[in-house]
Design a protein around this ligand. Structure first.
Ligand code: NAP
Ligand code: ZN
Ligand code: ZN
Length: 347
């Protein structure tokens, strides 16, 4: 065991503060990564404050991890000491079920996903995330990171990136289709970049008038301020696909009405309270309402390679780790441009 420095929440009402804990020594197929940057996801905040229930404390959050390989087990083939490496939301799964076999580990049929933090390994030990100096992860759940991209701005691809890329692939977003993105935060701005890169005609829905110019710069063809119900009504029946990245409760029916016949709206935002869905907007035009959870390891690598090829990274604001609680407060005020990333040199 090696003692590692990090930051943890001790309860759902306490701030995230310095914390020391043990990491396992790298096993045969493990990679030990010196963490250089870690993104701050709204899921960190939901879980630190136990908004989804069942949180495990102390909790070291963080699942947008990039760094440099510091040691490898004797059986590791994909990585060498000194390589860049990334870790996203999962560090293990059953690896045997149908979903795992298809590279859909995030939907493991045995429910044996070990999430990067706020989760337990099969022996019962808790997993601790990326707000820390180092992490040990099986190479099967470790991603290759291209040196072509800015490293800090690459970190958010490990969650915000794959969570928005995966549904656009699954629902087959095509050039020329009308795509809507609801919410311009960490996930939303990545959704915007991917939809634009896939050649869609993209509309950004936002509650924040101050984000209009940024939305255009990030790839939106149109920006709609959602506080104006008339602006939304005018778009009824026009969208092929809408991705909803909103972290707080909001009305879904308004957006379902914007879909064309057979259009799909996919929820990736995970507010703690349930939404009320009306049958009429769905039945009236055979629309679908679905959800999507992060992405598998192979698809995460595909997304990282796509980003390296197309020069896509996140727009970030760097924060020292001592300011992470302030970053949470700003995230709650929708005041993030567009992802906080912790510089781990400050730990
Ligand atoms: P974020 O950076 O805080 O962005 C959320 C955005 O939602 C805000 O910037 C704001 O955009 C909009 N918003 C917030 N409150 C709103 C309200 N009351 N009504 C309407 N819009 C509102 O959060 P994030 O990190 O992108 O995460 C977004 C959600 O996705 C969270 O619930 C997170 O847990 C979830 N998530 C899910 C997955 C998955 O696999 N499904 C993965 C990662 C995260 P505007 O200012 O533009 O309105
Ligand atoms: Zn996340
Ligand atoms: Zn499985």
């Amino acid at each position: 065991m090696t003692v590692t420095k990090g930051y943890a929440a001790q309860s759902k009402t306490s701030p995230v503060t310095p914390f020391e804990f043990e990491r396992r020594e790298p096993g045969t197929t493990d990679v030990q990564i010196e963490i250089l940057f870690c993104g701050v996801c709204h899921s960190d905040l939901h879980q630190v404050r136990d908004e989804w229930g069942g949180s495990i404390y102390p909790m070291v959050p963080g699942h947008e991890i990039v760094g440099r390989v510091a040691a490898v087990g004797s059986g590791v083939t994909k990585f060498a000491v000194g390589d860049l490496a990334g870790v996203g939301c999962m560090v293990d799964s059953c690896r045997e079920c149908e979903s795992c076999g298809l590279g859909l580990e995030q939907y493991c049929d045995q429910n044996q996903i070990v999430f990067t933090y706020n989760s337990r390994f099969p022996d019962g030990t808790p997993s601790y995330g990326g707000y820390s100096k180092s992490i040990v992860v099986d190479e099967a759940f470790t991603l290759k990171i291209s040196p072509k991209l800015d490293l800090a701005a690459t970190a958010p691809l490990l969650c915000a990136g794959i969570t928005t890329y995966s549904p656009m692939k699954h629902w087959n977003v095509q050039p020329g289709q009308k795509v809507g993105v609801i919410g311009l935060g960490g996930l939303g701005h990545m959704a915007l970049k991917f939809a634009h890169a896939f050649g869609a005609h993209v509309t950004q829905f936002t509650t924040s008038p101050g984000k209009e110019d940024d939305a255009r710069r990030l790839g939106a063809d149109e920006v709609v301020l959602t506080r104006d119900p008339e602006a939304l009504k005018a778009l009824a029946g026009t969208f092929h696909f809408i991705i909803d990245t909103v972290s707080a409760p909001h009305d879904l029916n308004t957006y379902l009405n914007l879909l064309k016949r057979d259009g799909s709206m996919v929820l990736v935002g995970l507010p703690e309270d349930p939404a009320k869905v009306e049958a009429f907007p769905l039945a009236g035009k055979r629309r679908s309402l679905a959800g999507s959870n992060i992405g598998g390891i192979a698809e995460t690598q595909e997304m990282l390679d796509f980003c390296a090829e197309h020069g896509i990274v996140s727009d970030i604001e760097m924060t020292p780790i001592s300011q992470v609680n302030e970053a949470y407060e700003r995230m709650l005020k929708n005041d993030v441009k567009y992802r906080f990333v912790i510089d781990m040199a400050t730990l």
